[in-house]
Write a protein that binds this ligand. Structure first.
Ligand code: NAD
Length: 492
């Protein structure tokens, strides 16, 4: 199957395009071919999106929201179909695939509700017979650049608030996972979203991504991906005076205190560290453990890890799927080699899985290091695979310091039974998301999602906060006094 761009309600582009295969990471099978568009497709998409935005912005927000309700319902009807495709192209196990599609459904309904809110403010004027208010105004055409690890949820976090607020968008999905974008474009068409409101252009980051960022008619760029790419996006966007929202890498930690419920902590760690084969932005890749429970935690983790089943995520009994591709596999392996060179003790895993059924796909053994120094590279850099480093500490203060020592600030978690420690931790952990007695993953769509330091640039996906990315504040003063009244001057 050859995927096609979706521009202005039409499929395909007039130009001849080069196609590249989309590979199922579980077994190497070719699933589809994705076009590598040129800047011409971006020009075309921006032109139709710009034209469509003028009339879309005039559609009352509750009516714009009706399309989101329809999209949510359609996604619900197609949930299993979408989840199956997601698992095939991305690799995460089917249960997580269903969960990700559900996240998109939740986002559709939640943002549809915003169509009847989009709250502004009314406030008294300092002058008599004058009315003052502020409203959210749409910005125009927005460019969405998304990664492969959440091929649908992240796009819904961005596109749904964008359109309910009256913008139109062009979405460039990751080349590894274009099929979900293709499926979503079909849904946009099926619910009759006006032509040009939602556009999908496939292609490389360097060509299509860059063209979107540089285009003068694209006013906002919302990017999720690695910190290295995000920095380039910010630099180029800055040069073109774009509003740029960045959600980037993580190096998330679970803290296990000496009073923790260790059984619960082990469950939380396994789910956060090895779910999606460690390729969530919120994945736990460090466990910061109190010295008094370190030995017991190691033992419990090792026992529990033996029960993890690895294989094709479409098999309902499998707990851990493949990583995205061969490059990822080798990157993970080189970090494991580095960990050994750095003096960390390898307790489990540490190898590329071979033999049947692993040879056709890209599988890495769940890996556990202990005695890792807080400043070792494996404890500081994002590996993005099923690799966890245990770091020993002696106090809560030290645990928080170690947590905060990395350049990222997405998610953190603490397991403790002590409410005072829990509250101190939620205050002092410097991440955008903090969990108490749960792992580092599990964000809900009605709260802001994003991180501090090298993870973000102050914007948030999800929640009402997402609307800040896709709207400008407009302050409106209505003077009904019938005379000139000067603010700050006519004070008597
Ligand atoms: P990536 O940075 O390689 O790619 C992300 C997107 O950017 C892709 O669509 C890619 O084609 C595009 N791109 C690449 N070069 C570009 C350029 N020069 N200009 C414009 N666009 C360009 O990231 P990835 O490997 O797809 O995803 C994994 C990364 O994403 C990890 O670092 C992970 O932590 C991060 N992530 C962060 C969040 C979050 O919310 N903080 C969520 C999911 C993933």
């Amino acid at each position: 199957m050859k995927l096609q761009n979706f521009i202005g309600g039409q499929w395909g582009t007039s130009e001849d395009l080069k196609f590249v295969p989309v590979i199922n990471p579980a077994n190497g099978e070719e699933l589809a071919q994705v076009p590598m568009s040129s800047t011409g497709a971006v020009e075309q998409a921006v032109a139709v999106a710009k034209k469509a935005q003028k009339s879309w912005a005039l559609v009352p927000a509750p009516k714009r929201a009706d399309y989101l309700y329809a999209i949510g319902l359609r996604m619900k009807e197609k949930k299993e179909h979408l989840a199956q495709i997601l698992t095939k192209e991305m690799g995460k196990v089917i249960e997580e695939g269903r969960g990700e599609v559900q996240e998109g459904i939740d986002m559709a309904f939640y943002m549809a509700g915003e169509g009847r809110r989009l709250f502004g403010e009314t406030t008294p004027s300092e002058l008599a017979n004058k009315f003052a208010m502020s409203v959210r105004a749409p910005i125009g055409v927005v460019g969405l650049i998304t990664p492969w690890n959440f091929p649908v949820a992240i796009a819904t976090w961005k596109s749904f608030p964008a359109i309910v607020a009256g913008n139109t968008f062009i979405w460039k999905p990751a080349t590894e996972t274009p099929m979900m974008a293709f499926e979503m474009a079909k849904i946009f068409e099926e619910v009759g979203l006006p032509d040009g409101v939602a556009n999908v252009v496939f292609g490389s980051g360097s060509e299509v991504g860059t063209a979107l960022i540089e285009h003068p008619d694209v006013k906002v760029i919302s990017f999720t991906g690695s910190t290295a790419t995000g920095s380039k996006v910010a630099e180029l966007g800055g040069r073109h005076l774009k509003k740029v929202s960045l959600e980037m890498g993580g190096k998330n930690a679970v803290i296990v205190m000496d009073d923790a419920d260790l059984e619960l902590a082990v469950e939380g760690i396994l789910w956060s560290a090895f779910g999606t084969a460690g390729q969530r932005c919120t994945a736990c890749s460090r466990v910061i453990v109190h010295k008094d429970v370190k030995a017991e935690l190691e033992e419990r983790l090792l026992t529990a890890m033996q029960l993890l089943t690895i294989g094709d995520g479409l098999d309902e009994s499998v707990k851990i799927g493949p990583v995205i591709n061969k490059t990822a596999l080798h990157k993970i392996n080189s970090y494991v080699e580095l960990g050994c060179q750095e003096g960390a003790k390898l307790l489990a895993g540490g190898n590329i899985l071979t033999g049947t059924p692993f040879d056709q796909g890209f599988y890495y053994a769940p890996t556990l290091f202990t005695d890792v120094k807080w400043d070792a590279r494996i404890a500081q850099e994002e590996i993005f695979g099923p690799v966890v480093s245990l770091i020993e500490v002696e106090s809560l203060e030290e645990a928080i310091e170690v947590n905060n020592s990395v350049q990222f600030g997405l998610s953190s978690s603490i397991f403790t039974q002590d409410i005072n420690r829990a509250f101190q931790a939620q205050r002092d952990l410097d991440t955008g998301i903090v969990y108490v007695n749960a792992g580092t993953t599990g964000a809900e769509i009605h709260l802001p999602f994003g991180g501090t330091k090298g993870t973000g640039n102050g914007h948030r996906d999800s929640g009402v906060a997402a609307l800040d990315v896709y709207t400008e504040w407009k302050s409106i003063y209505i003077d009904y006094s019938g005379k000139l009244q000067r603010a700050q001057i006519d004070t008597e």
